[in-house]
Design a protein around this ligand. Structure first.
Ligand code: AP5
Length: 225
């Protein structure tokens, strides 16, 4: 562990998590965040918080999110630009679910250039679409902590209840088979080109995201070590 800390003192680590809905980005993020002391910025979580609080941003984002479409580039670039300035992000960050279009990737490069840093690694959670419906429709979330459960793959001790706080778990409004279809369409059409963008820069590491969570964690750790 010592060498990891030493590395962090020398250099910021900026990693992107990339993959379709349900591929495991949100499951692996807390592990990476804790192990490498990075901040975790998930545009989906930030947008859902804005929708719940009915902020002007949330009102604009809600319709697209409910339909499984992408929110406009300007809105998400704005929230990431703001969030990256937080003191907790000064040692580096994990971007989860951003960038999702080539325009967002180009804007991210511009933002990072201003800070004199670059993307280190893009972790591509590669997985077949056929596996994702079961993962998405079985997901339960503890909203305030972001802890994620699955009825089959990672069940809570008591059905519908968070293991740590005893508070109720919820299902996301867009976690239905019908909305997943639109989310996957958006992923293949608008987000997959982002992988080509980073492949050309030699930054992409492909993970076997269909494996059990602990095996995926081992792959993530190998890539980041
Ligand atoms: P967002 O919240 O980012 O959703 P997503 O990308 O669709 O990703 P998910 O959170 O559904 O999946 P995940 O990979 O995190 O899966 P998880 O680890 O939870 O975006 C939502 C919406 O916001 C978008 O549709 C869009 O409208 C908008 N948006 C967000 N960012 C945007 C942007 N940059 N630009 C424009 N619009 C944007 O795993 C899923 C389930 O599977 C869990 O139950 C988990 O327990 C289980 N599981 C995880 N790993 C495994 C495993 N290895 N084996 C078995 N089960 C597993």
């Amino acid at each position: 562990m010592y060498w990891v800390l030493q590395l962090l003192e020398e250099k910021m680590r900026d990693n992107l998590l990339f993959g379709p809905p349900g591929s495991g980005k949100g499951t692996q993020s807390p592990i990476i965040k804790d192990e490498y002391c990075l901040c975790h910025l998930a545009t989906g979580d930030m947008l859902r918080a804005a929708v719940a609080a009915k902020t002007p941003l949330g009102v604009k984002a809600k319709e697209a999110m409910d339909k499984g479409e992408l929110v406009s580039d300007d809105l998400v670039v704005g929230i990431i630009d703001e969030a990256m300035k937080k003191p907790s992000c000064q040692k580096g960050f994990i971007l989860d679910g951003f960038p999702r279009t080539v325009v967002q990737a180009q804007k991210l490069d511009e933002m990072l250039q201003k800070q004199g840093v670059k993307v280190d690694k893009v972790l591509n959670f590669a997985i077949d679409d056929a596996i994702l419906e079961e993962r998405i429709t079985g997901r339960w979330i503890h909203p305030s902590s972001g802890r994620t459960y699955h009825t089959k793959f990672s069940p809570p001790k008591v059905l519908g209840v968070d293991d740590v706080t005893g508070e109720p778990l919820i299902q996301r409004k867009d976690d239905t088979a019908a909305v997943l279809k639109s989310r996957l369409e958006a992923f293949h059409k608008q987000t997959e080109p982002v992988i080509d963008y980073y492949s050309k820069k030699g930054l992409v590491a492909n993970l076997h995201a269909e494996k059990p969570p602990k095996e995926v964690t081992v792959e993530v750790e190998k890539v980041l070590s």
